[in-house]
Design a protein around this ligand. Sequence first.
Ligand SMILES: Nc1ncnc2c1ncn2[C@@H]1O[C@H](COP(=O)(O)OP(=O)(O)OP(=O)(O)O)[C@@H](O)[C@H]1O
Ligand SMILES: Nc1nc2c(ncn2[C@@H]2O[C@H](COP(=O)(O)O)[C@@H](O)[C@H]2O)c(=O)[nH]1
Length: 196
Amino acid sequence: MRDGFLLVLSGPSGVGKGTVCEALLDKRKDIKYSISATTRKKRPQEKNGENYYFLSLDEFKDKIDDGEFIEYAKVHGNYYGTPKSYVVDKIAEGDIVILEIDVQGALQVKENYPGAVYIFLLPPDMKELRSRIEKRATEDEETINLRMNNAKNELSFIDKYDYAVINDEIEKTVKKIECIIEAEKLKVTNIQGVKL
Ligand SMILES: Nc1ncnc2c1ncn2[C@@H]1O[C@H](COP(=O)(O)OP(=O)(O)OP(=O)(O)O)[C@@H](O)[C@H]1O
Ligand SMILES: Nc1nc2c(ncn2[C@@H]2O[C@H](COP(=O)(O)O)[C@@H](O)[C@H]2O)c(=O)[nH]1
């Protein structure tokens, strides 16, 4: 059967990527979460090494120079990147590794990791998207406006993805992503060592 693979999950800020990932990880042991590095300020409830690796700009740039990221991008004014070593190790062990990253990062992954699966998460509508970011209460008004503006640009990249999933109800969204995973595992191009 198919070896481990990358599952790239993108979508505008506040659509629910983190929430969906958490629910998927609770349900399945074959899915691992890639913890990103970022230069963004830590939110009060966040933990270094759990939500992100929080780095200074100099530390982040050193890691870029040392080739430690499989992708990185400036998103909403801060740098974010995916550490390479964890992803490579877990895929070799046969796990599915989720990358919760923006569209610029997803395009970089596409160049270097054929076989990754790309899912774009959509909100039911833009009003609901704003309401979710507001209710999360982690961003000030200016940042919310910036993220809402960036959302329009991100949505224009949807055709670069394999699947589009509307995140209306969490449980339904998780089920749909699990269906995608099962279908991907059964792709003829990915079946290895079939013995009849
Ligand atoms: N299906 C849903 N219905 C209602 N609220 C939701 C749903 N999914 C997520 N939320 C809520 O929306 C808010 C944003 O979710 P979350 O932080 O997971 O988004 P995100 O896409 O990871 O955002 P970011 O890209 O900024 O990290 C949270 O308060 C979360 O509880
Ligand atoms: N290219 C990458 N983008 C990433 C990565 N980790 C997160 N992100 C994107 O950042 C925004 C904002 O996240 P927040 O935690 O500040 O709300 C998020 O929507 C992702 O699209 C990464 O490693 N690479």
